[in-house]
Design a protein. Structure first.
Length: 431
């Protein structure tokens, strides 16, 4: 997000290049987030049950899996950056700039995976201060280095998009080192070692995978659908994609608090379900429903009011500015529904262990409604980009309907750590 905002001072070609290159990171990021989000379901419920060793085992499995995937994505991005960017755009300048950014920034992937693992585990045990402070320091480092390397300040060379990539790599390394140092000196419950693998049976890993896999698929399918949206927008024109990229950046800035709310919902609901207090878990779910509506209305209003000023910070043409502004207003109209969906799918349902329904609800609405409408709007009807975005928003309405019915049914409450304990006990008895 910082890269996109600061690159925005260079022009719409650079915005599009970094945005398109980051579509590959988006897929990687959501797969890694899926792994650690799935593990966080167990960690939150283990914490509610008071089982520290279970937390370490699950965290270690998640870290190892995410590092392996990170290495795979790093190799692909490092050796084939032009091929990746070409999927989204045929503009030679965009491909050249995007490839130079991707080839450098992919070095940060392994460090990112480790940081995500510790950050999400920390939130799952109720320690939200640690990831906030570490992320703030990393963000400050990234912003400062962007200022130096993108624009060539303090005597440094003017590197443009490549400078933004270098800044990101350095910031991610700093972030990972801070997490490791603080956790290994101050947070005993998350202090994992390879020796923790000794107590992990094959059946134990299989049970974890059964819960984690739907979360990975959920986030992975979401990322692939989002990438296909980008293909539709990018093939309209470089200017169309630049407008969407700018609006996504602004929306992500406003949605930071929403994902924080979703994280809190996952932890609080997970703690109650893990401790066997299902009634309090349900009460928390409905309280977060009310908060999500209020938050969505507030964010929608603030974003609509602030968008003209924020968009003026980007060095883009009048056409891109006007398209971006219209997209912002369309998005604001459905912001309350979107916030509700994020809080419940990422937060309440995952915290309650209902990962399979979350996968079905998100996967079906995006792939059967959102993606087809995006391609029909872009390639069949040849609509302006803002109207293609409006068509895509239909999937949020469908998703909201499915989630509401699930909440009312109370079938989303699943104590996954009790199931895991039964699995372990069965293995021990067979031995």
């Amino acid at each position: 997000m910082v890269d996109t905002v600061m690159i925005g001072r260079l022009g719409e070609t650079e915005i599009a290049a970094v945005g398109l290159a980051n579509q590959f990171f988006l897929l990687y990021n959501l797969l890694i987030m899926g792994i650690h989000s799935g593990c966080s379901v167990f960690i939150a419920q283990f914490w509610g049950k008071g089982e520290k060793e279970g937390i370490r085992k699950v965290l270690l499995v998640g870290l190892l899996a995410s590092v392996i995937i990170s290495l795979l994505f790093t190799v692909i991005a490092f050796f084939y950056p032009e091929v990746i960017v070409h999927i989204f755009s045929h503009d030679p300048q965009v491909i050249r700039e995007g490839a130079s950014y991707l080839k450098v920034v992919c070095i940060s992937y392994v460090f990112t995976a480790i940081s995500f693992g510790f950050a999400m585990a920390s939130r799952s045990i109720g320690n939200t201060l640690l990831p906030m402070l570490v992320s703030a320091l990393a963000l400050g480092c990234n912003t400062f280095l962007n200022y130096v390397l993108i624009f060539g300040n303090f005597g440094a060379p003017r590197l443009g998009v490549e400078g933004a990539a270098i800044a990101t790599v350095v910031a991610r390394i700093l972030e990972m080192l801070l997490f490791i140092l603080i956790i290994y000196y101050r947070c005993e419950v998350l202090r994992v070692h390879l020796v923790n693998l000794r107590g992990i049976s094959r059946a134990y890993v299989v049970r974890i995978i059964k819960t984690v896999l739907p979360v990975i698929l959920n986030d992975g399918f979401w990322a692939l659908a989002f990438i296909l949206y980008s293909v539709a927008y990018g093939r309209l024109s470089t200017q169309a994609f630049a407008a969407v990229q700018i609006t996504n950046t602004i929306q992500n800035l406003f949605l930071v608090a929403v994902y924080g709310m979703a994280s809190a919902a996952s932890v609080m609901v997970g703690h109650k379900i893990g401790s066997g207090n299902n009634e309090d878990g349900v009460n928390y779910a409905w309280r977060f429903s009310a908060l999500s509506w209020l938050g969505g209305l507030l964010i929608g209003g603030l974003m609509a009011a602030a968008s003209p000023t924020i968009l003026s910070l980007f060095n883009v043409s009048t056409n891109v500015y006007q398209s971006a502004l219209r997209i912002q207003y369309i998005t604001c109209l459905v912001m309350a529904i979107r916030v509700f969906n994020i809080v419940h799918i990422v937060g309440v349902l995952r915290g309650g262990g209902d990962v399979n329904f979350a996968l079905i609800a998100e996967g079906f609405t995006m792939w059967c409604i959102g993606v087809p409408l995006a391609f029909i709007g872009a390639f069949v009807l040849h609509l302006p980009v803002e109207w293609v975005v409006a068509l895509v928003m239909a999937e949020e309405v469908a998703k909201f309907t499915a989630v509401m019915f699930r909440l009312l049914s109370k079938r989303w409450i699943k104590n996954v750590v009790n199931e895991l304990a039964v699995q372990e006990k069965g293995v021990a008895q067979s031995v």
